[in-house]
Design a protein around this ligand. Structure first.
Ligand SMILES: Nc1ncnc2c1ncn2[C@@H]1O[C@H](COP(=O)(O)OP(=O)(O)OP(=O)(O)O)[C@@H](O)[C@H]1O
Length: 233
């Protein structure tokens, strides 16, 4: 497992300027990006997903180069094999669970009939025990089920990396704790590197093996989740 990031980008809005200058090179499978609001966490993983183009830098996952400004490599987002799970899961409200899970698959598989579920979707429907709800709409399922559906959709495309942007932030405390444990269990089944963004040391402890602290656009240090938790930030 290897994540190599070197991301430089200057963002200028009317009255403010933000400089992102993130360098991270690790063999750790589960990495957390931890830092205050506005530090540059989301911009960093957007660059990995191909949604934000660095002015300069290089991004490689397990040796596969996704971006290299010197070599003029910039792989299109859809070809990056990146799974990106948002805070509110981003499920399409008008599509069923099954249609949501199949959304990123090849044309023709996007709207499967009740019998011919594609193998890539079947695998995650079984793993996450979603069979009973595949014909439900997102509004008809629980928070935990939504999380699993969003993960199934993200994983159906066989990604090389999983990006989790505050996956538990929208939940109240009791559900948050339950889904944190559930997510940690799911992580154990996935043999791909992951970057988790969070403000919460409890997330870092359960969902990461190494934590990088980010402040004002730069990485200020790295620690073990236990060290961070013990500090009591
Ligand atoms: N298009 C833009 N133009 C100018 N500044 C921007 C733009 N997009 C983001 N920023 C600024 O870049 C900084 C980093 O944003 P980012 O979304 O990465 O923060 P974050 O660490 O993910 O914060 P949060 O935890 O609140 O989500 C912020 O100060 C933000 O205002």
């Amino acid at each position: 497992m290897k994540i190599e990031l070197c991301i430089r980008r200057r963002l200028v809005s009317r009255d403010r300027e933000f400089a992102l200058d993130v360098t991270l090179d690790t063999d750790t499978r589960r990495v957390a990006l931890f830092g205050p609001s506005g530090a540059g966490k989301t911009l960093t993983i957007q660059a990995v997903a191909g949604l934000m183009r660095p002015d300069q830098g290089r991004i490689a996952i397990n040796g596969r180069v996704l971006f290299d400004s010197e070599k003029q490599i910039d792989v299109a987002p859809a070809a990056r094999k990146v799974a990106y799970l948002f805070q509110d899961y981003g499920l399409f409200p008008h599509l069923t669970v099954l249609q949501n899970i199949c959304f990123g698959l090849k044309k023709g598989w996007r709207n499967p009939g009740r019998r011919d579920i594609p193998e890539a979707a079947r695998r995650w429907i079984d793993t996450f025990e979603l069979e009973a709800i595949i014909h439900s709409l997102p509004a008809e399922i629980s928070g935990g089920q939504k999380q699993r559906v969003a993960l199934a959709r993200a994983l159906a495309v066989e990604p090389d990396i999983l990006l989790l942007d505050e996956p538990l932030a929208a939940l109240h405390a009791a559900l948050r704790k339950k889904l944190r444990m559930e997510l940690a269990a799911l992580q154990q089944r996935l043999e791909i590197p992951m970057i988790v963004i969070t403000h919460d040391p409890a997330d870092v402890l359960e969902l990461a093996d190494e934590v990088y602290e980010i402040g004002d656009g730069v990485i200020t240090g790295s620690a073990s989740p236990r060290e961070l938790f013990a500090r009591g930030d």
